[in-house]
Design a protein around this ligand. Sequence first.
Ligand code: TRP
Ligand code: ZN
Length: 847
Amino acid sequence: MRDAAPQTIYLKDYVAFGWQVESVALHFSLDPHKTRVKSRIAFAPDRDAPAQPFFLHGEALKLISATIDGKDAQATLTPEGLTCAVPDTPFVFEAEVEIDPANNTALEGLYMSNGMYCTQCEAEGFRKITYYPDRPDVMSVFSVTIDGPHPVLLSNGNPVGTTTHHAEWHDPWPKPAYLFALVAGELVAHTDSFTTMNGRDVTLNLYVRPGDEGKCAFGMQALKASMKWDEDVYGREYDLDLFNIVAVDDFNMGAMENKGLNIFNSSAVLASRETSTDTNFEGIEAIIAHEYFHNWTGNRITCRDWFQLCLKEGLTVYRDSQFTADMRSAPVKRIGDAIDLRGRQFAEDQGPLAHPVRPESFQEINNFYTATVYEKGAEVIGMLKTLVGDDAYAQAVTLYFDRHDGQACTIEDWLAVFEEVTGRDLTQFKRWYSQAGTPRLKAEETWTGDTLTLTFTQHTPPSAATPAPQPHVIPIAVGLIGADGAEVAPTRILEMTEATQSFTFEGLAARPVASILRGFSAPVVLEHDADHPHLLAHDTDPFNRWEAGRTLARNTLTAMMLKGTRPDPAYLAGLRTVVSDKSLDPAYRRLMMALPSQSDMATALHDAGHVPEPDIIHAALEALRDAIATELTEVLPDLYEDNLVIEAYAPDAMQSGMRALGNAALSLLTRSDGGTLAQQQYDAADNMTQQLAALANLIRAGRGEAALNAFEAQWKDDRLVMDKWFGLQVIEADPEDAHEIAATLTKHPDFNWQNPNRFRAVFGSLIMHHAGFHQPSGAGYRLLADWLIKLDPVNPQTTARMCSAFQTWKRYDTDRQALIKAQVARILATDGLSRDTTEMLTRISNA
Ligand code: TRP
Ligand code: ZN
């Protein structure tokens, strides 16, 4: 049986809670199956709030007792919570409940992971710990005591007294329940310290399981760099004596910003040269920064309700991108973000799951931690900054911090500080928050006399979420390049507000080449018939120079598939020139060499009115790689040799870029040498980046077996490395074998399917293997459906997220559509399917 009729929650129905929570005291007696939680909560009526019955959220709790001012509360219980009569004056609610962390496989609330206790309360997990008004606009000061068998007993804030098996914590900063955290375990600390800009000494701990001590140093460095950066760039100082991070093996997402006690998926914090790739290092640095930055954008200022999620997530993603751009290469970061946005967010925005950056309804909020809320939410902040300028941005953000510290806010509050500082009316800009869908921006040029006129037309395709989209405010960064390759006009921001609008560039000596949407200045699809080879050779904007190459690659792939043409010689020659240019950053040259993904090409074909055929896309990409390998024959050996890093390993931007470029050369060289060089690199590798790249190439060359066995023998006791071993075999499989390899891996003794990282290693990789997942037999769809049905009762949140694999079904041929729809229907028909998965699949199939 499914949950009783799923309830839809609407933004327009927001009502403030009727009471202030003056203080919260919690006591935990930890036990795997019978943890007791005692709470003492001081409530006072909020005279400004509408009258309402007293209701506390609570799920899967065994109530032992509940009192109001010491007398039995005579509570009425429902599956969602508790109601009781309360006085019209301040009162104290006390309760004792029993919970079962050892059987909590959903990893939400208090649960166990490898014998340690930990919590995940965002978004609505606190109600699985005790009865409480579990909503972000209820903020209070928490005191926590813990009795437990473990040496390390942690909660939020500052420690106020700890004896053996007993700990007391006090968090002076009012917070919503979703930021509560508790950890208890046999843990060891990697300790350091940071002195803030006002001289406050902060102790920093990274807690890990014994054996992982050697993987802490990088995360700690990243934390200190983040703390410094937030002081330097945003003037934000840390506000407690202690900052703790804990690594946990079983975790649904990347990490969580609980006040003073961040909890991380171990994959998002543990790093070492031997076990982590350069990509892992960069990701860890960004996630540490992200969670740390939430201390101000999220914790000190939080969200009024979950519809405002982008208020903290969009802004915090924007801040962590700025951080990475400062720590590494800004153009490389921007290109990476654009690739990611197009791959994940555009797919979401153009399919049945499309929703605005600020959604207006949901059934299960966990389903709205999406690329749209996070990544498009960050793009919206970037556009705002482009429109108002850096100084006004800084002033507005400072005003936001000053005015709203300690509050639970809305997007209206955020936009108001920008309106006040700049005098602008942001009514139209706000459509970026309220309208779903990716705008398409068409650019046309006319040249008369000495004037170039650019005429833009914007159109956002209607969707179920936004049936009649209105024009957006679009900042369009434009520069002009002369026929000789020199810049004729530097970047200028055109502010488009109409459906169709023209802008002129006057006094030009000769017709220039327009470079439009520089730096990817808005999250739109640009249609512009530009001189791409000229821009690839000469654009002074690094983003658009890369973009020109990407457009040429996409165009030539499309022509190869639809017209059977040979790869475009202009693209190949342009690529050779850029890649051979040693004055360019290796990481940038590496991005130039990368081709659009198979699913990018499926999107491109669909956009052009064709039905994508995954096997043909796969074959076209292989053919283009062959052509590139041939074109670069003379260059590749040098490209490889020059980028073999010989100095001591560092995961910094320069070395990472060199290794990435060298490994891009390796994969092209492997196409003709049968894997000789890859084997050599595998045998010599002293870091995971080189080892894993070599292994991937050996698999592709059809001689991976020995290396895979050696790799397994070497790393069988390291979970995070074994995740790579599981994933790589699926990713590198031939399309027709991918599902079978995945199925075989599920029989491996180390396939702990209840661990989200391991489940994602196999099935996330299968989903990412476009041609493999979409095999015409439908075997990929069936296998995924089998496992989602199995996982749903255990972990609905992770199951629901993976359902997005089916969101693109409408793009494909009718046979595939029928096969996908059949699997979606089969999952939906499962008895007791979770609310999370039901909502996702219902939205997908209602397209
Ligand atoms: N707030 C977290 C972040 O972005 C996201 C998160 C971590 C989360 N765990 C979660 C969201 C579980 C929902 C459920 O930094
Ligand atoms: Zn976040």
